[in-house]
Design a protein around this ligand. Structure first.
Ligand SMILES: Cc1cc2nc3c(=O)[nH]c(=O)nc-3n(C[C@H](O)[C@H](O)[C@H](O)COP(=O)(O)O)c2cc1C
Length: 360
């Protein structure tokens, strides 16, 4: 059985030094141009230490895709030198640097998009979102490719397509959000068309660099009666696997969460998806609620994922992976103490101010 500290060789030959990943986490701390700030880099550096993979925060692929004030940009070539600071900071600690590329869709905040307006697969009055046009769809697909090219130029080892957490790609897959009657809506095949086109655009952008890692993050189910089910997700996983990307990352609140609909509800979502991938060489990343080194090890030892990713645990303990490596589990912080300060956690102030929401 593999050990969490074992190396992992992706199907393109790139080696991660162990099976621990930093989950992508938005920090609201880039400057108004979406460029890395000193406090952002100071927050990243210690947290990359000891990890095999560091997946950097959701990063906008075009100005209309920005979901947060302080979101990093990979929207134009001027962004490359700033992205490079993030890649260099991560790589200086020996972790593979992965950039998560993102379009917020209807979750985009009007004040983050420079007045360009909020778009979604279908209009949503509640979110002030209008239907994205066919030409904007084509442009967005191309923009994911351009963002990939910029990530490569900046020295990242790979990109993760953000297909999870209610953002644009998930909105296309979801019958709850997508009511289109053209080739991008209706049947499951049509609802998968946009995310698959994004993957193909990303892979085309890095086809001359086979060592560049491409991952895709999925939210496997939605709670709405007409939302995404495991049936939809397993079909998406098939489409992704057919294109032989390097990894699939399942966004979960709980690593051990069980399937709700469309698959065996006695089994965990990860286990079901892992089985689906068993005859492939595509890695699976699991995440959710792993706050301590022991919990990360126990989760990895279930054998249901090639990597375990850690979010809040790394915010609370910047030296999380080093502790796993050294077996030093003393005084681990398993939550964020809101009576302390951003400095106590080596965190940017804007990120600290969101902590009350995350640990509520
Ligand atoms: C502060 C914060 C910011 C996050 N930002 C992102 C993000 O940019 N992209 C993403 O895919 N998930 C994001 N997430 C979700 C995490 O990647 C992770 O899936 C989630 O926190 C569950 O893992 P955990 O229980 O180890 O924190 C964020 C989570 C937190 C706490």
């Amino acid at each position: 059985m593999a050990n969490i500290l074992d190396r992992y060789t992706f199907n393109n030959g790139v080696v991660a030094k162990n099976r621990l990943a930093v989950a992508p986490m938005t920090h609201w701390s880039s400057d108004t141009n979406g460029h890395a700030t000193a406090e952002e880099l100071a927050y990243i550096k210690p947290r990359a230490a000891g990890f095999g993979l560091f997946i950097a925060a959701a990063t906008a692929v075009n100005p209309q895709s920005r979901a947060f004030v302080g979101e990093p940009n990979a929207c134009c070539d001027d962004d490359i030198e700033h992205l490079k600071k993030v890649a260099d900071t991560i790589k200086s600690q020996g972790a593979l640097a992965i950039l998560q590329i993102h379009h917020g869709g209807k979750e985009t905040l009007p004040d983050a998009t420079d007045g360009l307006g909020v778009v979604a697969p279908s209009a949503d009055a509640e979110r002030n979102a209008r239907e994205i046009s066919l030409s904007e769809i084509e442009q967005t697909i191309a923009d994911f490719g351009q963002a990939t090219r910029r990530a490569m130029a900046a020295g990242f080892d790979g990109v993760e397509i953000h297909g999870a957490n209610n953002y644009l790609l998930q909105q296309f897959v979801s019958p709850h959000h997508n009511h289109r009657t053209d080739q991008y809506g209706g049947s499951l095949e049509n609802r998968l068309r946009f995310p698959v086109a994004v993957l193909e655009s990303v892979q085309a952008a890095c086809q001359d660099n086979p060592k560049f890692i491409v991952g895709y993050r999925i939210t496997p189910e939605e709670p709405f009666a007409d939302g995404i089910t495991m049936t939809d997700t397993l079909a998406l996983v098939d489409e992704l696997a057919r294109r032989r990307l390097q990894y699939i990352h399942i966004s979960l609140q709980g690593f051990y969460n069980k399937a709700r609909r469309g698959a065996d509800t006695n089994r965990t979502r990860l286990d079901i998806i892992h089985e689906k991938l068993q005859n492939t060489d595509i890695a699976l990343i699991g995440v959710g609620g792993l706050r301590t080194p022991q919990q990360a090890i126990d989760a990895f030892n279930t054998g249901t994922a090639e990597f375990t990713a850690i979010g809040l645990g790394v915010l609370a303990n910047p030296d999380f992976a080093l502790r796993v490596k050294d077996g030093n589990f003393a005084n681990i912080r398993n939550t964020i103490d809101l009576n302390q300060s951003a400095d106590d956690y080596q965190m940017p102030q804007n990120l600290w101010e969101k902590m009350a929401w995350f640990v509520r």
